[in-house]
Design a protein around this ligand. Sequence first.
Ligand SMILES: Nc1ncnc2c1ncn2[C@@H]1O[C@H](COP(=O)(O)OP(=O)(O)O)[C@@H](O)[C@H]1O
Ligand SMILES: [Mg+2]
Length: 282
Amino acid sequence: MGIQFKDVGYQYKGIKVNYDALSGINLNIAESDEFIAIIGHTGSGKSTLVQHMNALLLPTQGQVNVLGQILPPHKKEKINHLRQKVGLVFQFPEYQLFEETIIKDIMFGPKNFKSTDAEALEKAKKAATIVGISPELYEQSPFRISGGQMRRVAVAGILAMEPKILVLDEPTRGLDPKGRKDLMKIFKDLHEIEHKSIVLISHDMDIVSEYAKRVIVMDEGHIIFDGKKEDLFEHPDFESFHLELPTSLKILKHLEKEIGLPYQPKYDFPSLLSYLKEANHE
Ligand SMILES: Nc1ncnc2c1ncn2[C@@H]1O[C@H](COP(=O)(O)OP(=O)(O)O)[C@@H](O)[C@H]1O
Ligand SMILES: [Mg+2]
């Protein structure tokens, strides 16, 4: 079933003027095994697009189908359950922490979706384990832990609802390299072990290159590319997308030009390093 967009447009209604944030969006996301990065300049419509995936926004044109349900034209209570099935982690999700203790904060989602206290606690503990929040922290205030930990508590709050699809709006923004890596490892494992579909907005081309399988490029409310990561970075018109190349590909292109090392795309640092070692021994 997954998520489908058919000729979708979204218009923000202003006092004087309306603004078309999305137009002509056609998109198919499978229910499992996807790892999609959504990239594009600030204001290109990425956040607007993903907020349709759990019915936070409803299309003003066209049709969105989320896990077999067509979104209605107006907000009604019937779409609430989609917020549980498609978990959306906002930008800076730690701003939405509010409970007195970490474990209560993580339990909030499942309780909201009719889990009993005992069930919610069970789900919260499981989610805390996934994100590496240890039991000693459960009763602490979510405001007394590090930024990276706060971010992970917020992610656990979404995972505790046991969503089928996980949508992340710039989840690593503002984190240090270790925090970024720890968080990406969580999403990578959910994808590889549980086969969850992950949709990730990111400005970080190294993260896109290392983790995503498919990339969607947005520009002024349109999708200008949707395909395999390999096909994006090797696209003959790559420059027309005005995107940066990931560091590993930049290095490889540079080495080809400067020392004639044959260009072979490598999408993360470990495979770049083994290729360079191999080349060095030849
Ligand atoms: N609540 C809003 N009201 C009016 N315009 C908005 C609102 N949110 C976003 N926009 C506009 O819609 C466009 C797309 O925004 P957004 O989806 O946030 O882009 P991105 O996530 O790619 O930066 C931008 O021009 C932005 O200014
Ligand atoms: Mg955004």
